[in-house]
Design a protein around this ligand. Structure first.
Ligand SMILES: [Mg+2]
Length: 423
């Protein structure tokens, strides 16, 4: 059988490992896109990107740990901004939900305790849980920062699985102080669905004897892969539960390959193997900010983002060959530019490339910009053979400079060295 392990309200559970007074209380974690990196004041900034998968929106520590109060979420006018990323079950009882505005959540639950995110802590706990699971189960795949799949086939007898996962759950609580829920089933997709119904801090095993009874009454939206538009389409066909869906194979299959695959997942007719190593395929950075028209300031922000991403790329020790920059404008307009480049990676070149992409992507020059993001992918590691040898010696010098800069930044923080263009 496959199992799916998910940490209950992870960000809240994480902060509770540090602060026991938060147990059994309505607690939520607030989120606000960090625009502090654009500030010119020197500040020691740290970066994390240990094996987290590509699921953490940014690797940069979002807030100083001392920013741990509501003031963190006030804008220049003192208004509370930002949304919640996680809430405890005690808070959910008051109607507090993920992605809710902080001010709205406080209206519903005035005693709600709001904590700032702490990416460093999440990474650390996620890695510890990964290691712990790997020590208990041979095949473990990390699916997101707080989610794992395991393959118990041939390792634990099906009959012993309920006991095994129940012990595992208590052991994780004891060793790492994290509450997890675990679902088990023949396929990863059903295991994940089972976890949803095991929460909080529970286990659920789905087998051939209880499969129909479990699946059929579940609303379609609970199944991973059924989003709003698919749910609407299903509703228009009078399909509201997974049982109703299973009874309409012909209808679903006529909707194309995606719906066909979905049907098979729900019916436990397909599975995907558990992959133990998760190799990062891309890395990116993005920031959302108040609408901004000033192109000089926007270019400066591109430099800042490039410097941060450069740091992360060097940390990962990869050579990206595909680069992209996206601009989101007000009024829902978007534009982006892609570039493929098979050359050595240096900070100066990367910085120049980002500025160039910004110029080309900035097609709506009359609009204000609200978001910038830069992404790098298609990594190559041993580069020399694959990479262009034009300007090889020149680039070698730049690469030494890039490396030395990195050493200094690791020691003194990311703001220790900046390019003049940024100032
Ligand atoms: Mg979770």
């Amino acid at each position: 059988m496959k199992i799916h392990i998910d940490i209950d309200c992870f960000f809240v559970s994480a902060v509770r490992t540090l602060d026991k007074t938060l147990e059994n209380k309505a607690v939520a974690i607030g989120g606000r896109s960090d625009t502090k990196i654009f500030n010119n004041e020197a500040k020691k900034q740290t970066v994390n990107f240990e094996n987290s998968g590509s699921f953490v929106p940014t690797f940069f520590k979002t807030y100083e740990e001392s920013d741990d109060n509501l003031n963190t979420f006030r804008d220049a006018k003192g208004k509370i901004r930002g949304i919640l990323t996680t809430s405890s079950y005690e808070a959910r009882a008051f109607g507090v939900k993920t992605a809710m505005n902080i001010s709205e959540a406080l209206r519903l639950c005035p005693h709600l305790i709001i904590k700032a995110p702490n990416m460093t802590l999440y990474q650390k706990l996620s890695n510890e849980l990964h290691q712990f699971l790997a020590s208990r189960i041979p095949l473990i795949e990390q699916a997101s920062i707080d989610e794992f799949y395991g393959d118990l086939t041939g390792w634990i007898d099906d009959a012993e699985i309920p006991q095994f996962i129940d012990n595992l759950r208590h052991e994780i609580k004891k060793v790492l102080d994290l509450p997890v829920s675990i679902g088990a089933a023949d396929t990863r997709y059903i295991a994940k669905l089972a976890t949803t119904f095991a929460k909080p801090f529970g286990c659920k095993v789905i087998n051939m004897y209880n499969f129909d009874d479990f699946i059929n009454p579940i609303p379609v939206r609970e199944f991973a892969g059924i989003g709003k538009s698919m749910a609407n389409r299903l509703a228009s066909a009078q399909i509201f539960t997974l049982g109703e869906l299973r009874a309409r194979r012909g209808t679903i299959e006529s909707w194309g390959p995606y719906a066909k695959e979905l049907y098979k997942r729900i019916n436990a007719e397909v599975d995907a193997p558990i992959k133990t190593t998760h190799k990062r395929k891309s890395i990116g950075i993005s920031r959302t900010f108040d609408p901004l028209f000033d192109r000089t300031e926007l270019r400066r922000r591109v430099h800042v983002l490039a410097r941060h991403l450069n740091f992360a790329i060097l940390k990962l020790d990869v050579i990206p060959t595909v680069f992209s920059l996206s601009i989101s404008y007000e009024m829902n307009q978007k534009s982006h530019k892609n570039v493929s480049l098979c050359e050595r990676f240096t900070e100066k070149k990367f910085d120049a490339l980002c500025i160039e992409m910004f110029h080309q992507a900035d097609t709506q020059k009359r609009l204000q910009v609200i978001r910038l993001s830069i992404n790098c992918s298609s990594f190559t590691r041993d580069s020399k053979k694959e990479l262009s040898l034009i300007n090889f010696h020149e680039e070698e010098k730049m690469q030494i400079l890039t490396k030395n800069t990195q050493i200094l930044r690791e020691k003194y923080g990311l703001d220790a060295i900046k390019w003049g263009s940024e100032l």
